[in-house]
Ligand binder design. Structure first.
Ligand code: NAD
Ligand code: TDX
Length: 366
């Protein structure tokens, strides 16, 4: 279907954008696409550079005149307020989060700090800055990036849509659900102009190799065991990160304030089927005999409370904006395997943690 957004009237025109968590997987892909696409828009990236934040991702932007990096915590209210005062943001695109479900099971409190408290600190700073501005034009937007995991777990049938009741089941999804509720509360209570999206599982360049797809690629390249939780029958719906970033770009401009949109790759796979496909793609890219890496599959103890299936009905986004994903899953995965093979230096730096040294030299002491 053709993209209809150019036929719609733009509801918001970003001029000065605060991007949070822009050194992470989705945030860095977003900045790498948007900073050159919109040279007249300024972008400030506020990132705490946790283990998941990697400034190497953003090397290409270091000399971009419309891009600034700020090292800091979104829950630091004084810092966030001073950034609003200095940069007069018209727009917030909020990615920063603790994002890994397994880590949330081991250490939930950092998820409450960043995902819930950090979000409220940002909302409060936006409310104060945008309400207190004498030249308030109404053309402000708080875009909250959330996940389909807030809806809980599906059985074999059915799809999540915008009316599905919340039923988070991991500390990660509970902290994201709480943040979603606060974002909507700020809209209903204070009129803060927000748009919220809940997206399915992303894959693509720069994803930290603790998540399933980059972990499988990394271990297959190195001939190491590939852990599959339980029997591998859990189902996820996969979306290429470039499609997600472009959907956010359109929703930011054309989405209706106060509204929620679900974003889907419309590509459901059982984990075991996805892993088998990925292993074949790695063998193919490396010129190994077919099916060499299948032997690496190792079934391991299941994740506690492991959600069985996520799947999304993204009709609202398609009908309102004409948006549909552009990537075919197999071709998107093939390109992702190629990216990790072509960026062995990136993978090695993440694996031996030397990327943490890079940020200390480039950013923290600057
Ligand atoms: P990520 O873990 O790769 O990156 C998170 C980034 O946030 C990192 O750069 C990290 O340094 C930064 N950060 C963490 N705590 C911070 C704090 N207190 N202050 C400032 N920065 C902080 O995450 P991701 O996969 O890129 O996810 C981005 C957003 O998209 C998250 O909100 C996540 O819930 C949501 N989401 C992710 C997916 C997915 O499949 N990855 C799917 C749907 C929604
Ligand atoms: O080693 C593994 N083996 C395995 O079988 C890992 C890391 C995962 N899995 C399974 C668990 C899930 O069923 O693969 C599936 C995908 O796991 P993750 O990559 O950890 O993603 P998931 O738990 O589905 O959550 C992701 O999607 C929604 C992101 O991490 C979240 O940030 C996002 O909100």
């Amino acid at each position: 279907m053709p993209n209809q957004s150019s036929l719609l009237s733009e509801r918001h025109s970003p001029r000065a954008v605060l991007v949070t968590g822009g050194a992470g997987f989705i945030g860095s892909n977003f900045l790498l696409r948007m900073v050159p696409r919109y040279p007249d828009v300024s972008f400030v990236n506020l990132d705490a550079l946790t283990y998941a934040g990697n400034p190497m991702n953003l090397e290409a932007l270091e000399s971009a005149p419309n891009y600034t990096f700020v090292h800091g915590d979104i829950a630091d209210a004084a810092l966030v307020q001073s950034l609003f005062a200095t940069h007069r943001f018209t727009t917030v695109v909020h990615f920063a989060a603790e994002s890994h479900v397994d880590r949330s099971i081991m250490a939930p409190l950092s998820f409450v700090h960043t995902n819930t408290v950090g979000t409220v600190v940002l909302l409060e700073a936006a409310r104060q800055a945008w309400r207190g501005d004498a030249s308030y034009t109404g053309d402000y937007r708080f875009f909250h990036v959330s996940t389909d995991e807030v809806f809980g777990s599906l059985g074999d049938d059915g799809l999540f849509d915008e009316t599905t009741p919340y039923d988070p089941r991991s500390p990660y999804s509970a902290s994201k659900a709480a943040s979603d509720h606060f974002v909507r509360a700020y809209y209903h209570t204070y009129g803060l102009p927000m748009v919220l999206s809940n997206c399915s599982n992303n894959y693509g360049p720069y994803q930290f190799p603790e998540k399933l797809i980059p972990l499988v690629i990394q271990n297959a390249i190195n001939g190491e065991p590939v852990p599959v939780y339980g029997e591998g029958t859990n189902v996820r719906d996969w979306l290429h990160v470039h499609d997600h970033c472009d959907a956010i770009d359109q929703l930011l401009r054309y989405g209706q304030t106060g509204e929620t949109y679900l974003i889907s790759g419309a590509a459901e796979r059982r984990n075991i089927d996805l892993v088998r496909l990925l292993l074949d793609l790695v063998d193919d890219a490396l010129g190994r005999p077919a099916r060499t890496s299948q032997a690496l599959i190792t079934f391991v103890k299941d994740r506690p409370g492991h959600d069985f299936r996520y799947a999304i009905d993204a009709t609202k986004l398609r009908d309102e904006l004409g948006w549909t994903p552009t990537y075919d899953l197999t071709e998107g995965l093939r390109a992702t395997v190629r990216w990790y093979l072509d960026h062995s230096d990136w993978l090695a730096a993440v694996r031996d943690a030397s990327y943490l040294e890079y940020y200390k030299q480039q950013y923290v002491h600057r």
